[in-house]
Design a protein around this ligand. Sequence first.
Ligand SMILES: O=C(O)c1ccccc1N[C@@H]1O[C@H](COP(=O)(O)O)[C@@H](O)[C@H]1O
Length: 215
Amino acid sequence: MTHVKICCISSPEEAQIAIKNGASALGLVGNMPSGPGIIEDSLIHQIAKTVPPPIATFLLTSETEASAIVSHYQKVHTTTIQIVDALEGREYTAIRNALPHVKLVQVIHVIDEASVQEAIEVSEFVDAILLDSGNPNLATKELGGTGRVHNWDLSRKIRESISIPLFLAGGLNKDNVRQAIDAVQPFGIDLCSGVRTNGILDERKLQEFFEAIAR
Ligand SMILES: O=C(O)c1ccccc1N[C@@H]1O[C@H](COP(=O)(O)O)[C@@H](O)[C@H]1O
């Protein structure tokens, strides 16, 4: 079974719609340099409180220092932290020591072969890797929510090279998700724009997406 994380959740109502349709995790996007799914930390906290176990809530943070990530988490209290940029000094241990009960997911933006090595190295420190299609090297960083797919051959290579769960994100929708699962065979998939219309979670698109996975 492929787990599904629905990202860019922006209200308790969207959270309930995603859960009702089969999501096992929800993404809540904190402050970012760019992207369509950003909400206030107070709203992230409010939504996270409404989500029952075993559904996971992911705080997406663009902070790059361990202490800032811990501070961000303390405003929202999700089950999981998704770090969407590179962590300075790879100080995962500092986050673990401060927040031993919180799962850590590191995003790797799949750009070229160097992304494979980065994923292998970082996988020693976190609970899961999430592959996305951003570009942290731009003047205004893109750290996700791009609606673009990336090179799934590299994603497959990463999945085969690490021994922790891998989520695949980046431009997934009902028309390409089956091909993506077959190509990469991830633990889970993650999407934002593919199930939205004018920025609002679209239940029909969500249903079609889950039907496409079940095929
Ligand atoms: O959605 C955003 O605003 C966002 C901003 C910065 C980092 C991550 C963001 N969202 C994540 O991006 C993936 C892929 O989005 P898409 O399906 O390509 O639109 C999404 O699942 C979120 O985890």
